[in-house]
Ligand binder design. Structure first.
Ligand SMILES: [Zn+2]
Length: 362
């Protein structure tokens, strides 16, 4: 039911934008909107691949880029941060593009679009993904459920369902939704163990795959250097192992972020990068996390809290909006129309959280 309501809302906003009704909102929009994307894909995916829609169709991103280049001021994240740090006013209609997690599709699919429209984006990289030490957990679960030879998967892990019906594609989609919800509630220190348990019981693991499907691949160091050299991309840090910092001990957090910064420096010559908090919701970072990052030389960090950024925003806690799927949706978000509607719904029902869930919670 929730999905149907969301779909109707999306279609209505799409129509609204197509009719040019976002223009008045655009003129009233105050502050800067930082958009957050992950990976990209082209055309239809096979089977359960991209079941979570983490990877956006590149044509939708191209439409967004065309619209943003025409109607908004798209600037690099570090430029926005410099203005805020200097106490300068933030121009209205300012937009910043960010991509999380360092998927190879940022290089193959998104870079040509950025070049075509003269835009800039910041890519936040968990360096263990680039080092081929980890895959992203939503991709691991998707792969395990898609590739299992079983009809039922028996699990024995606190917080996960005991029995999963995976006897058809439809049942597998439901199983993925159930697992996604369950895993997000498992404590951080048990998180990786829960995913490994699912893979083991399913008898299929992306972590053992040497040539994974295109959408699951990480950027290589050569691609990272080429992205930086293109002038259209800045590489930011996203921890080494994609750890949720506030849920780790200070020693583990310091070691993990330090390793990420060392690798970015030695492998790609990147000094003092900007930073994205993994998951990025309140509770995923705190004052100690912020201080630790500043100790390590980081002066700009983004969350996943859904809001615009003004000249008095904290440069270590910048807000971001979710991934628009096409130009009309991007306009509806960046103009402030969608946030305004959500705020109204939130006021009336007090049920809609004023936050933006990261597509994955690791
Ligand atoms: Zn992430």
């Amino acid at each position: 039911m929730k999905r149907i309501t969301k779909c109707i809302l999306r279609k209505s906003l799409d129509l609204w934008s197509r009719c040019g009704l976002t223009a008045p909102y655009r003129r009233r929009m105050k502050g800067a909107c930082i958009l957050m994307y992950h990976g990209f894909t082209r055309g239809r995916n096979k089977g359960l691949e991209n079941n979570s829609n983490l990877h956006l169709d590149i044509e939708g991103f191209r439409q967004s880029a065309a619209m943003l280049a025409k109607h908004y001021h798209v600037i690099p994240l570090h430029e926005l941060a410099e203005r805020i740090q200097a106490g300068d006013p933030v121009d209205d209609n300012t937009v910043v593009l960010t991509f999380d997690d360092g998927y190879a599709s940022n290089y193959h699919l998104a870079l040509p679009v950025l070049k075509e429209f003269g835009l800039h984006a910041t890519i936040f990289v968990p360096t263990a993904f680039v080092e081929r030490e980890i895959y992203q957990w939503p991709d691991r679960i998707e792969y395990a459920i898609a590739r299992t030879q079983l009809d039922r998967i028996n699990l024995e892990f606190p917080g996960l369902p005991e029995n999963l019906d995976v006897s058809s594609t439809g049942k597998r989609r439901i199983a993925l939704q159930v697992l996604d919800q369950g895993i997000k509630l498992i404590p951080q220190d048990k998180h990786l163990a829960s995913i490994a348990h699912i893979e083991e019981r399913a008898g299929a693991a992306l972590s053992q795959e040497e040539s994974p499907a295109e959408i699951y691949r990480a950027l290589t160091w050569a691609q990272i250097r080429a992205l930086e050299a293109s002038g259209h991309v800045s590489i930011g840090a996203h921890t080494h192992s994609h750890l949720i910092l506030a849920r780790c001990s200070p020693e583990v957090a310091r070691r993990d972020v330090g390793k990420c910064l060392d690798l970015l420096r030695t492998m790609a010559g990147i000094e003092n990068p900007t930073f994205a908090y993994p998951n990025g919701q309140p509770g995923d970072y705190n004052d100690s996390t912020k201080r630790l990052l500043m100790d390590l030389g980081i002066s700009v960090a983004v969350t996943t809290n859904m809001d615009f950024n003004l000249s008095d925003s904290d440069p270590m806690l910048l807000n971001r909006m979710g991934s628009p799927r096409n130009g009309h949706e991007a306009d509806a978000i960046c103009s402030g129309l969608i946030p305004a509607i959500k705020q109204q719904i939130s006021k009336r029902t007090s049920l809609v959280p004023h936050s933006n869930s990261h597509a994955h919670a690791d």
